[in-house]
Design a binder for this molecule. Structure first.
Ligand code: PLP
Length: 398
């Protein structure tokens, strides 16, 4: 007998992956330049030069058995210290290496924190629509309930706090805040986060236990037009940060990130130990040692965002000229476009079958009626895709 829940999860279609696989087949048949694949959030700029030279230096100068061996469960002290020093220098918070738990990217970081904050079956974790689609299985497969705060439509930069207040219950353990956001590219401004913090403080006092913010921040450094991403632990003490170098250093295949549990958070020691325990039973201790060493050397390196920014402007300006409605994204590398015919699934299917234009319908993000367009692609792909975007609009009679 196999576990029925996991079987269902393994069998359930992942719309992004399915579109991506379809794109690969079509590229084989038609040639790369004839398929406009905007599905995945796979970085399209190379890792900073220092990462490349860092890897070479480590391989050339350090003992192979140490470079490829197991590390302490929470990571090498040197890498943890480097992460802490970088956070401290940027945000003025006295972060210590011992508050950092290195993980195999943001997904295992989130899973460990969600497990750690799930005292019993039926505990609730809130998410804010539209949200990264993996949150739901991460929560539900651990016996939790995923409670969705409906989207605040407008520019997606606000949180519907009245709805959030109605949905918070004594079972609520945490709310996941993802900013810059996948799929909208929005960044929540400080006043919105402060208002959320006020609400959580009030509700924590009412229910007699802390309600944490899980700050999911793989896109923290990917922002444009001088937009600042507020550092949530500075605004709300009961924040746990889940971070990844997948996007900021273009290293998604290397699986490296961290959890930061501030020592000023309530029950921080218990929480850190629960994260460590959850990582242990998920098999996610000892993040890849070579890349821990890379992080020790490169935690303060930033991506060169010019190519993403150029893509962002090009796509946004041209889609707007064609009549598409979308909010100018401030961060990440996604444009969230209103389906001009009102039905994102119909649009996506028509675009795929008629024009090899692959865009993700937003239902899975908990906010139907939109298309996520990932602009971490070549500039030429964007330029080549314009006739297809125009044609689908015309065919759908809008
Ligand atoms: N959180 C969000 C919002 C994401 O978009 C992603 C990946 O796309 C992740 C978490 C997982 O990141 P990682 O590849 O580091 O596991």
């Amino acid at each position: 007998m196999v576990n029925q829940e996991y079987k269902a999860l393994g069998n359930s279609p992942n719309v992004i992956r399915e579109l991506f696989m379809y794109g690969l087949e079509r590229k084989k048949k038609l040639g790369e330049e004839h398929v406009f694949d905007f599905t995945l959030g796979n970085p399209s700029i190379p890792a900073p030069e220092e990462v490349k030279t860092g890897i070479k230096t480590i391989l050339d100068t350090q003992e192979p058995l140490k470079v490829h061996g197991y590390s302490p469960s929470a990571g090498d002290p040197e890498a943890r210290e480097a992460v802490a020093a970088d956070l401290k220098s940027r945000f003025g918070v006295d972060v210590k290496g011992r508050e950092i738990f290195l993980t195999c990217g943001a997904a295992p970081a989130l899973i460990s924190v969600i497990k750690a904050l799930m005292p019993e079956k039926g505990s609730e974790i809130m998410v804010i629509a539209p949200f990264f689609m993996e949150y739901r299985p991460f929560i539900e497969s651990n016996g939790g309930k995923c409670v969705v705060v409906p989207p605040d439509m407008g520019d997606f930069r606000r949180i519907d706090l009245e709805a959030a207040e109605r949905l918070i219950s004594e079972k609520t353990q945490a709310i996941i805040v993802n900013s810059p956001n996948n799929p909208t590219g929005a960044v929540y401004p400080e006043d919105v986060l402060r208002a959320l913090a006020d609400l959580l403080e009030r509700k924590s006092a009412e229910f007699g236990h802390p309600i944490y913010i899980i700050a999911d921040e793989p896109y923290r450094e990917l922002v444009y037009d001088g937009v600042e991403v507020p550092f949530i632990p500075s605004l709300y003490k009961n924040t746990v940060v889940c971070y990844s170098y997948s996007k900021s250093l273009s290293l998604p295949g290397e699986r490296i990130g961290y959890v930061y549990v501030p020592s000023f958070a309530d029950d921080s020691e218990d929480l850190f130990n629960a994260v460590a325990g959850a990582a242990r039973i998920s098999g996610h201790i000892c993040a890849p040692t070579l890349f821990q060493k890379v992080i020790a050397a490169c935690a303060d390196k930033r991506p060169d965002l010019r190519a993403y920014d150029e893509n962002r402007r090009l796509l946004y300006d041209n889609l707007r000229k064609m009549g598409y409605e979308c909010v100018r994204p401030q961060g990440a590398f996604y444009l969230f476009v209103k389906a001009p015919n009102g039905d994102a699934n119909v649009f996506s299917e028509r675009a795929k079958l008629g024009h090899d234009l692959l865009v993700v319908p937003s239902d899975a993000f908990g906010c139907p009626g939109y298309l996520r367009v990932s602009y971490c692609v070549s500039k030429q792909t964007i330029i080549n895709s314009f006739p297809a975007f125009r044609a689908v609009m015309e065919e759908l009679g809008v």
